[in-house]
Ligand binder design. Structure first.
Ligand code: 5CA
Ligand code: ZN
Length: 422
């Protein structure tokens, strides 16, 4: 799938220190990189509605991670998916009387525009689930062959060849002793989240209530693809991310990213699938999660409809750099709520920075650049990085300074490290 244009990233003198991130599984701060090239997989959108501020927070957070790693001398190999076939997409298309694939195409196009406006560096590989379906079939067949997955008759599905009853395929969590080790939840917690987040604990014929769907046999009226020995159907959600990450990054990947709503079951199950398919012990060295952004006291979500859309803010004339600053004013691991005040504070901050950076000189910039770097390297502490720029700008505006190159260096650092063009 086509992604979006790469923003210009200025080079800076010096380099970032080692980057550490809070790893969800261990709860500890851990080095983000294991070598010169960092492999990053971030779960992409399900394109049935437009990019909201919560999505933007997630992609800006991982953009920040990519920027500080690059500044530290790493190269970053970044893969992102699109869940362009799934139940919620089909339901929305049905509700709105549009074709599911047209809805997906339209929303992906809008997402690209939003990401471009927010100066998010695109992934190296941007892969739709639909275009990748042929690459999921072999691994699912392998899991069945190796006893990690099993078929459940699906009498409500369209019959297979010769009138044979079609079958759905499930992953057998009891065959994976490491299942639960990503999220560290107990079974009761897992069951609750599984039911809430797209799972089917009560499906008759499953061996374990937590077993996730790998392949759904063709139901009348639903899109379907060739599944070779699995029969016609469509893939389950978690296997898509597992296979795309395995195919395009290999195991173990350095970082699996997404919002905290994906910790269970999505990241637990896709790690289990990826380990089983690749016969490896570890899928991702680190799990990094963006805390949920809310609106009016609830998680912002497409299904609830309490949304602030990036495209709507842009249409109202809000500068995308202001949106980006509003996001960066919050630490990625702290939940927060979008309000008009957040937007106003970001607007006035950007105006102050712009005034300070328009002067022909200022206080020395080098220390501020190092502060921005070290805050970002410390678990992407963007609020403190912004405060370092605030301090420089306040000094520049009150006391001026005799360093003619300083405003230019600060502007380049703010652009390269924070993705904010002033
Ligand atoms: N397609 C799947 C991932 S494979 C999905 O979760 N799509 S999504 O469109 O629902 O979300 C896209 C990304 O934004 C995911 O990483 C998700 O965790 C994150 N996200 C969703 N809602 C919020 C929110 N309110 N705050 C922060 N991040 C969010
Ligand atoms: Zn995913």
């Amino acid at each position: 799938m086509r992604s979006w244009p790469t923003p210009f990233i200025p080079q800076l003198p010096g380099r970032a220190p080692q980057v550490r991130v809070r790893d969800t599984t261990s709860g500890e701060l851990r080095p983000a990189a294991s070598g010169p090239t960092v492999t990053l997989y971030v779960c992409g959108i399900t394109p049935y509605d437009a990019t909201h501020i919560g999505h933007a927070a997630t992609y800006v957070t991982f953009d920040l991670l990519g920027r500080i790693l690059r500044d530290g001398g790493h190269s970053v190999r970044y893969v992102q998916n699109i869940t362009d076939i799934d139940d919620p997409l089909l339901e929305r298309a049905e509700r709105d009387g549009v074709a599911w694939d047209e809805l997906a195409t339209r929303e992906v196009a809008l997402f690209r525009e939003d990401m471009t406006a927010l100066a998010v560096i695109p992934p190296d590989e941007y892969l739709g689930a639909v275009e990748s379906i042929p690459t999921f079939v072999g691994p699912i067949e392998q899991l069945v062959r190796e006893g990690m997955a099993y078929a459940v008759p699906a009498p409500d599905a369209v019959d297979g060849a010769g009138g044979a009853v079609a079958r759905d395929v499930y992953f057998d969590v009891t065959r994976d002793p490491a299942f639960g080790g990503v999220s560290n939840l107990d079974e009761a917690q897992m069951l609750e989240l599984f039911a809430e987040r797209g799972g089917d604990p009560d499906r008759p014929g499953k061996r374990h209530r937590l077993d996730p769907l790998l392949w759904r046999a063709h139901r009348e009226g639903e899109p379907h693809w060739d599944g070779a020995s699995l029969g016609p159907g469509r893939p389950g959600w978690h296997i898509e991310c597992a296979c795309i990450a395995l195919d395009h990054l290999g195991v173990p990947i350095d970082i699996q990213g997404g919002g905290t709503d994906l910790i269970f079951p999505h990241h637990e199950a896709s790690a289990a699938h990826a380990r089983a398919v690749s016969h490896s012990e570890t899928f991702a060295r680190r799990y990094v999660h963006q805390a949920m952004v809310g609106l009016d006291g609830e998680k912002m979500s497409k299904s609830k409809g309490n949304l602030v859309l990036v495209s709507a803010l842009r249409a109202e004339g809000v500068d995308p750099a202001v949106i980006r600053l509003a996001l960066l004013a919050h630490h990625h691991s702290t939940e927060w709520v979008w309000t008009d005040d957040v937007l106003e504070e970001a607007t006035s901050r950007l105006a102050t920075w712009r005034r300070a950076l328009a002067s022909d000189g200022g206080p020395a910039a080098e220390q501020t650049v190092e502060e921005i770097r070290s805050h970002l390297a410390d678990d992407l502490d963007s609020p403190r990085a912004l405060e370092a720029v605030d301090r420089w700008a306040a000094q520049a505006l009150t006391r001026g300074g005799e360093h003619p190159e300083a405003p230019r260096l600060i502007a380049r650092a703010v652009d390269a490290l924070l993705g904010v063009r002033v």
